[in-house]
Design a protein around this ligand. Structure first.
Ligand SMILES: [Zn+2]
Length: 280
């Protein structure tokens, strides 16, 4: 006999109602935004150029949200290429915001968190094809012990030497830093930086906060460890109002229609900012 539980239905209905209310709230902004979409790509009179920082994890055909398919990734890169977006590096962003260097029009940055081996197999050739440069934030203890599913030090060295990928830190163990002591945070920051610098013969200048968690005290420890900046998973564009130790990003996921979701995410940011979202 089949038993249907009404209790199981209730939370889903509640979620739908919430979604409907959120859509209602956003509708006036969406309808009135065509002229504002240009602000996502252009200049803000006060805060200067807006930089889009894309955040990916895996680039492969697993059917999970963290895995953007290689053909979808290729299509997204083609969109950026065809629409006059200019790929810059985290160091370019630092020079522009901290030293007043010029930025190209419609600047964007490509980042990958965790250092999955599909970044080497799938993302690296696609970036090479479009002449773009990406940044991979690696978890150094994973590379040290040859953790399966992640890039090796050899692959990291090859990508770094090619000039196509820039290897930066995602700490030693990927522990959420808001749960660690100061001594542990310093170890995560300092030792991952040293490890990459010694293995790859480069200067490590940026870190991505594992799981995105941080606070201003942690940001001060990042600066103390010698980093020029740090990336969060806060949703939004980057401009001169941004904190270089809490840089916003736009997460790109696999969805039912990954390409449309990608285009929406590039364009919805002004709406978030107009809803009173404040950079900190
Ligand atoms: Zn991560």
């Amino acid at each position: 006999m089949k038993i249907t539980s009404p209790r199981f239905v209730e939370p889903i209905s509640a979620a739908k109602i919430v979604l409907f209310l959120v859509l209602l709230l956003f509708l006036p902004f969406v309808l009135s935004s065509p002229s504002d979409l240009s602000s996502a790509k252009g200049l803000d009179a006060v805060n200067g150029p807006k930089i889009i920082v894309l955040n990916y994890h895996k680039i492969d055909n697993m059917n999970i949200s963290l895995s953007v398919r290689p053909d979808d990734f290729d299509k997204q890169m083609k969109y950026l290429k065809d629409n006059g977006f200019n790929c810059i590096t985290p160091h370019d962003l630092y020079e522009a915001f901290e030293e007043g260097a010029e930025l190209p029009e419609k600047p964007f940055i490509i980042t990958f968190d965790d250092g999955y081996d599909d970044n080497y197999k799938n993302a690296y050739p696609i970036l090479k094809k479009y002449g773009f440069k990406g940044t991979i934030f690696v978890i150094t203890s994973f590379l040290d012990r040859g953790q399966q599913g992640y890039i090796t030090w050899g692959q990291a060295a090859e990508m770094e030497a090619s000039g196509v990928m820039n290897i930066e830190s995602h700490t030693v163990t990927h522990g959420s830093m808001t749960e660690l002591s100061d001594a542990e945070i310093r170890h995560e920051l300092v030792d991952s930086k040293k490890d990459i610098e010694q293995r790859l013969g480069k200067k490590v200048e940026f870190v991505a906060y594992p799981t995105g968690t941080y606070n201003l005290h942690i940001a001060s420890l990042v600066r103390e460890a010698g980093y020029l900046g740090a990336f969060t998973i806060k949703y939004g564009n980057v401009d001169r109002a941004s904190n270089i130790y809490a840089i916003e990003r736009i997460p790109i996921f696999h969805t039912e229609d990954t390409y449309s979701s990608f285009l929406e995410r590039l364009q919805y940011i002004p709406i978030f900012e107009r809803l009173g979202w404040i950079k900190s």
